[in-house]
Design a protein around this ligand. Structure first.
Ligand code: MTE
Ligand code: MO
Length: 497
């Protein structure tokens, strides 16, 4: 029998090229339908949704906002490795490689088919990948033939062209132009200007208002959803007297309010960076809900993003006039940045982001806790998640070396919707000493603090703790972020010389 046995590099090339061709074809078809249907991204998104909680928490902690690049890079390595092995497995017969490539294609189909918000046509993209992958592999590695170097190059060039074309096509659906066309958002009621004594930036605290580019970002989206204002709508349904739907201009045309709000992520560890403050511009969420007419018995406001992510907020908090829950369209004087939810998101003071701050929001359903479980609730996080009173030392940094003598310590504290009453600092195991607080802007925003300590040469520790306006003093007891936010004192070690 005239069985061909391939040289190793040729076998590898057959597998890898079939993979590249498959991904490029899928990407091109996805660009025509919905970029989210690109098999590579859909598999990545599915991986994020299926990742067990401790691993996800680890990824956010270790890689921070780069967690997504790490995931995509890791997937690329695994896929290339598997494609090379698929090729090698087919040195004697084309079948093993064909089966592996077809299985990969099926994984892509499954990932897209089960992805919320993509629709049925979206499976055409992974199907294109599957068919292309199998055909190209069989074209390169036939039963008794192996393709020439020339056909390797043709496949490589074809994949590059398809991939780039897909990318170009996808970028024409980019929401950047739509955002640029929004123009200035002028609130009818501006948030009061932030006075100079609201932060101690000169002493080492962050600025009171976080510039948009520095505002922390946490979400499950592998690629930033691209939603143009003309395509956006918000539907309010469920336990309401009348369903309502709003277009972007309906929201934009209303009198806009502006509120200064400090947002915090439940994944923020003690001393962590996931807390930021901005002037949000938008409308009162309670007004929209009242127009729909919330029925008695409603408990949960279940919000859905265009990317399928969901969040559950107590209806009482969304309606509470003292809380000031918003449907926001602007942030620090600009339309929302794409990564922060353009064209519209929810912002609800005092609640961790995962139960309140849906970005790219498109649906609000008034319901009960029994009826629906939001994304993170299904994954082990708490149903109710008010932000816990916390404080953080920003200066000095942990493990810094400082001159002995008088040491200035500075940081931030927050207890949204309650307000910070005092912050204390302690050197080693000495007595607690009161810090000087910056001016309070509202109870929904952070406050900065500073204090002076006298330090002798040697190794030391400083801790801080806040007391809020309900009289609660931050507990020393350390709790992790799961299920409803970390507790404990922020302590840093440093050396004085
Ligand atoms: N669509 C969508 N909205 C989302 C999330 C998400 O994963 N997807 N994450 C939430 C979480 S956990 C937080 S803390 C805030 C963070 O908002 P930011 O990225 O603008 O800081 O957004 C919330 N809204
Ligand atoms: Mo979060």
């Amino acid at each position: 029998m005239a069985q061909t046995s391939l040289r190793a590099w040729r076998a590898v090339a057959c597998g890898v090229l079939a993979l590249l061709a498959a991904l490029a074809a899928g990407h091109l078809v996805a660009a025509l339908i919905n970029v989210g249907a690109s098999p590579y991204l859909a598999v990545g998104n599915a991986a994020i949704d299926l990742t067990p909680l401790p691993l996800k928490d680890f990824a956010v902690r270790t890689f921070g906002t780069h967690d997504k690049q790490v995931l995509l890079g890791g997937m690329a390595v695994v896929l290339l490795g598997a494609a090379a092995l698929a090729g090698l497995a087919s040195r004697r017969s084309p079948w093993p490689g064909t089966v592996v490539i077809a299985l990969f294609g099926l994984v892509g189909v499954a990932a897209v088919a089960t992805r919320p918000g993509l629709g049925a046509v979206a499976v055409l993209a992974p199907l294109a990948s599957l068919v292309t992958g199998v055909l190209v592999f069989r074209g390169l590695r036939g039963k008794e033939t192996v393709a020439s170097r020339r056909s390797f190059l043709i496949v490589l060039a074809g994949s590059a062209v398809a991939g780039v074309a897909g990318q170009l096509l996808a970028s024409t659906k980019d929401a950047g132009a739509s955002r640029a066309a929004v123009g200035p958002l002028v609130p009818a009621r501006r948030a009061p200007a932030i006075p100079a004594d609201a932060d101690f930036a000169k002493l080492g605290t962050p600025p009171f208002l976080t510039p948009n580019r520095d505002f922390y970002r946490v979400d499950t989206a592998l690629t930033v959803p691209q939603v143009r204002t003309e395509d956006w709508s918000l539907r309010i349904s469920g336990m309401v007297d009348r369903e309502r739907a709003y277009r972007y201009q309906d929201i934009r045309g209303r009198p806009l309010v502006e509120r200064t709000i400090t947002m915090t992520c439940v994944s923020n560890e003690v001393g962590g960076p996931y807390v930021s403050t901005a002037n949000f511009i938008g409308v009162d969420l309670a007004d929209l809900l009242r127009e729909a007419g919330v029925r008695p018995g409603a408990e949960q406001l279940f919000s859905t993003s265009v990317d399928g992510w969901t969040s559950g907020t107590p209806v009482a908090d969304a309606l509470d006039p003292t809380r000031g829950a918003m449907l926001a369209i602007g942030m620090n004087g600009e339309p929302l940045p794409l990564e922060h939810g353009f064209p519209a998101r929810l912002v609800i003071p005092g609640l961790y982001g995962y139960v309140s701050a849906t970005k790219w929001v498109t649906r609000l359903e008034v319901t009960t806790w029994q009826a629906k479980q939001a994304y993170w609730l299904q994954r082990g996080w708490g149903e109710q998640a008010p932000i816990k009173t916390q404080s953080r030392i920003d200066t000095p940094k942990g493990f810094e070396t400082v001159p002995a003598g008088t040491l200035r310590v500075a940081g931030v504290a927050w207890a949204q919707h309650t307000g910070i009453d005092q912050v204390e600092v302690r050197l080693d195991n000495g007595p607690w000493q009161r810090a000087i607080l910056s001016r309070e802007i509202t109870v929904d925003t952070w406050r900065m603090w500073w204090a002076e300590l006298s330090v002798t040469p040697g190794a030391h520790q400083i801790s801080c703790r806040a007391k809020d306006k309900r009289g609660y003093v931050q507990t020393a007891e350390r709790a992790g972020t799961v299920p409803d936010g970390a507790t404990g004192w922020h302590t840093i070690s440093f050396v004085a010389k």
